[in-house]
Design a binder for this molecule. Structure first.
Ligand SMILES: NC(=O)c1ccc[n+]([C@@H]2O[C@H](COP(=O)([O-])OP(=O)(O)OC[C@H]3O[C@@H](n4cnc5c(N)ncnc54)[C@H](OP(=O)(O)O)[C@@H]3O)[C@@H](O)[C@H]2O)c1
Length: 254
């Protein structure tokens, strides 16, 4: 993976940061993006500490809900590093647990803007660049809620089903053009995104309930998801496209 450049949106925390650490340790130049500058600066230091082979690490302050800013971010990466070999469209939010009839429309709108439109903007400009290169690998973060139904999470599940549809369809569009586009569908993983479900403040979920939903009876850890993302990004997965890789302790086998 040496001499390659990767973008990881939302790469300053959780699954994205773990993926950045893995790629940088394999010599990949990594750009992480997000809205929190300070968190980004701290993550860059952490990732630089494990980087090998002259890999460079950058944070770009970026909100994926702005198409113009996403386009400018891709241009900035190409201006500095000359190319974009890999992209992980990982930025996402989960802001409510409720049945759809009782859900807050504005919260759903925010999830649509981030999880669907934001990912769409990123993939659109990544693909445009990768087509110029004739090669590229993209991994989109779906979820087990993008494959199965999820109690109290219909609105989030709707956005993640959209990610799976966009991923598989785009893979078909570009399969013969040197691009591979895959998804990863994690089960519940201990990160900030499910903090409210783990700190006891969510009436619908707690750690025991979430663990019991998974046949392995536990949550995943970010490194277990990063392993799958890194594999899909790499040439080891050279005949894999349009695949949604579940990493979920058996959740979707039920
Ligand atoms: N953890 C799980 O149980 C789980 C399960 C299935 C799927 N996933 C998916 O995995 C992905 C990563 O989540 P995570 O678990 O690692 O949680 P996380 O630590 O909260 O990571 C989400 C990242 O997305 C960034 N982000 C959110 N909105 C953004 C925006 N508008 N523009 C740019 N960046 C934005 C956040 O940074 P800023 O706030 O600084 O912008 C944050 O770094 C998400 O797509 C999530 O839906 C997670």
């Amino acid at each position: 993976m040496m001499n390659q450049t990767a973008l990881i949106t939302g790469g300053a925390s959780g699954i994205g940061k773990e993926t950045a650490l893995k790629l940088a340790s394999r010599g990949v130049t990594v750009v992480i993006s997000g809205r929190r500058e300070e968190l980004g600066a701290e993550a860059v230091k952490e990732i630089e500490a494990v980087a090998t082979g002259g890999a460079r690490i950058r944070f770009i302050h970026n909100d994926v809900t702005s198409e113009a800013d996403v386009k400018a971010m891709i241009e900035q990466i190409v201006a500095e590093f000359g190319r974009l070999d890999m992209a992980v469209n990982n930025a996402g939010i989960s802001n409510e647990t409720a049945s759809v009839d009782l859900s807050d429309s504005s919260k759903f709108q925010a999830m649509v803007e981030t999880n669907i439109l934001g990912l769409y903007y990123c993939q659109k400009y990544e693909v445009q660049q990768m087509l110029k290169q004739g090669k590229g690998s993209i991994v989109n973060l779906a979820s087990i809620a993008g494959i199965n139904g999820m109690p109290w999470a219909g609105t989030y599940a709707a956005t993640k089903h959209a990610v799976a549809g966009l991923t598989k369809s785009s893979a078909l569009d570009h399969a013969a053009q040197g691009l591979r586009i895959n998804g990863v569908a994690p089960g519940a993983v201990k990160t900030d995104i499910i903090a409210a479900q783990l700190d006891g403040s969510d009436p619908n979920y707690n750690e025991d309930v979430i663990s019991a939903m998974h046949p392995m009876n536990r949550l995943g850890v970010p490194g277990e998801i990063a392993n799958g993302i890194a594999w899909l990004l790499s040439d080891e997965a050279s005949f894999v496209t349009g695949h949604i890789l579940t990493i979920d302790g058996g959740f979707t086998a039920k």
